[in-house]
Design a binder for this molecule. Structure first.
Ligand code: CA2
Length: 159
């Protein structure tokens, strides 16, 4: 595959919004057995490089606030070609985030570091799943790489 060089990443590259929900800023600090040892900054760097490899721009964000996540999704309607979202705890509770994702009319990939289906029953249900084109979970930080690869394909097919 002939990936573009890093230097050729220009501001006109289609943007992917990569949203991370509450407490994910604490990654690498506790529970490495469940979530891996990478910090969120490590994951951001992984995403930046993978997005560039596809000629895309990764816009990586984390918020502990449901309202801020909703606002970011609303803005993405005009600025992004797709959304990758690890909603963290809001995955299992937030109809507001689900509604915002549906309104965006963008391709959506739901992502989790852990395999939520192998964990407590309250993690088995996801509101975000109802708006998602597809779901990736259980692959730790590598899941973000897989999600960017999948999003690149979705965006390409939409052209
Ligand atoms: O596996 C995932 O990616 C989750 O979205 C992570 C959420 C959890 O509520 C979801 O069910 C699955 C939790 C994020 C909290 O992150 C922590 C970071 C460091 C230490 C402890 C938790």
């Amino acid at each position: 595959v002939n990936y573009p060089k890093e230097v050729s990443a220009v501001s006109e590259s289609p943007e992917i919004l990569i949203l991370n929900g509450p407490n994910l800023n604490m990654l690498g600090v506790r529970e490495p057995n469940i979530y891996g040892c990478e910090t969120l900054a490590d994951i951001e760097e992984l995403c930046r490089k993978r997005a560039i490899a596809h000629g895309l721009k990764g816009n990586f964000k984390q918020s502990n606030s449901e309202g801020e996540i909703v606002a970011d999704i609303q803005s993405a309607r005009d600025t992004a070609a797709g959304i990758i979202i690890n909603g963290a705890g809001y995955t299992h509770t937030s109809i507001a985030i689900l509604d915002a994702l549906k309104i965006s009319e963008l391709p959506i990939i739901e992502l989790h570091l852990s395999n939520i289906h192998a964990r407590e029953a309250f993690r088995h249900h996801s509101y975000i799943a109802k708006a998602a084109t597809g779901i990736i979970c259980g692959f730790g930080a590598h899941g973000y790489v897989l999600a960017i690869d999948a999003m690149a394909r979705l965006i390409e097919c939409a052209d």
